[in-house]
Design a protein around this ligand. Structure first.
Ligand SMILES: [Zn+2]
Length: 376
């Protein structure tokens, strides 16, 4: 019912919303399936005012005063609040509350009610992690980020560089100057573009997206929500949010968070599929350690509509294995977990990829391998 209508709307939206003709702010994935995650968000605005709720000991957007200050100070001490402790419960405080709730296993509604406040002031309240950056290339198994394997707002890949520092204008146009990526992946991208050039496909390459932080993705989503609200007078925030999530990934669900994914397209073209560049990319990216992450034939598994422009760095051995066995990343990692694939980097031969799960597999080894690469 609702789900199938959603799916239809989603397909329709995805076909229409190709990266190229979206405004910069909307350059997010067309990742409609992320909609499912929206259920965590508040769906109804409270009918009672913030002041009335505050009188009941519930702090929400609009609350003010000493108890808000106390709450903010605690959030700040725990590393969740960057902004001022001013006694005004605004958007920043709400975000901090959500981040706190997520880390502490509470409902992430951004409302500091009895349960959240009790946990907040408890001795065992879990603090925000420090500035530790994640080595996204660590381990034998490529990192997996999708609607079921989300990263949180504290996830920052290690060794991010400006793409423009490594890839110069003769190879590609960097659509947004600030676009960054993990160094190893950007270097592979450069090598790939040089090879394309040698093959006579050297023109019109454009890199339109790379690393996206939690905040970047949140901004993309919020601007989409606001645009729906301004175009549709009378829409509630939750309705606009549901609509926005059909074309923009929720923060944490976008693979761009890893710094290993790039949107590569053709400058000045409104579509990418079927162009010389797209054909070359599809055929050769694997040789440089990239996979076409969302393919048409794998939509059911990836949960993403096909995106021929979105490439993901996994390293050459993994990429070639996936190409040769026609596996998407989810299938590949599942195979490693099942023990039907001894990871490609090891050079071992494998069982039939599509065969029944191998009963003789060593589950412990597979589990460990999977954990090494899993960011969720
Ligand atoms: Zn992308």
């Amino acid at each position: 019912m609702r789900q199938s209508m959603k799916r239809f709307a989603v397909l329709l939206a995805a076909v229409l919303l190709l990266c190229l003709w979206l405004p910069p702010a909307a350059l997010a994935e067309t990742t409609p399936e992320a909609t499912a995650q929206a259920t965590e968000e508040p769906t109804e605005k409270p009918k009672v005012s913030a002041a009335e709720l505050q009188a009941q000991g519930i702090l929400t957007v609009g609350a003010k005063g000493e108890d808000v200050k106390k709450c903010q100070q605690r959030l700040k001490d725990l590393g969740y609040l960057n902004g001022k402790v001013d006694g005004q419960f605004g958007g920043g405080t709400k975000r901090a509350v959500i981040a706190f709730q997520r880390r502490n296993g509470l409902t992430t509604d951004g409302v500091a009610g009895a349960e959240t406040l009790a946990k907040l002031y408890a001795e065992d309240a879990v603090a925000a992690p420090g500035e530790e950056k994640v080595d996204v290339l660590y381990g034998d198994v490529p990192i997996l980020v999708n609607k079921e394997h989300l990263v949180d707002e504290f996830f920052i890949p290690d060794d991010l560089v400006l793409v423009s520092e490594i890839i110069k204008k003769d190879l590609a146009t960097i659509k947004y100057k600030k676009t960054r990526g993990v160094r190893t992946a950007v270097e592979a991208l450069k090598t790939m573009l040089e090879a394309a050039k040698e093959d006579g496909v050297g023109k019109k390459w454009q890199i339109s997206a790379g690393y996206r932080s939690w905040d970047d993705q949140n901004n993309v989503l919020n601007s989409k929500i606001n645009s729906y609200k301004s175009k549709n007078k009378g829409w509630s925030s939750s309705k606009a949010r549901r609509a926005a999530l059909k074309s923009v990934a929720e923060p944490g669900a976008s693979e761009h968070h890893t710094g290993l994914a790039f949107d590569v397209n053709r400058k000045g073209s409104s579509s990418f599929a079927g162009t010389k560049n797209s054909d070359w990319l599809n055929q050769h990216c694997w040789e440089y350690g990239f996979i076409i992450r969302y393919e048409k034939s794998k939509e059911e598994i990836t949960g993403f509509v096909a995106e021929p422009w979105h490439i993901r760095y996994v390293g050459v051995e993994h990429a070639l294995y996936m190409r040769d066995h026609d596996l998407c990343l989810e299938e590949y990692i599942q195979g490693i977990e099942d023990g039907t694939i001894v990871h490609a980097g090891s050079g071992s031969e494998t069982a039939e990829p599509a065969a029944e799960p191998d009963e003789a597999a060593e589950p412990d080894e597979a589990e460990e391998a999977a954990e090494d690469g899993d960011a969720a």
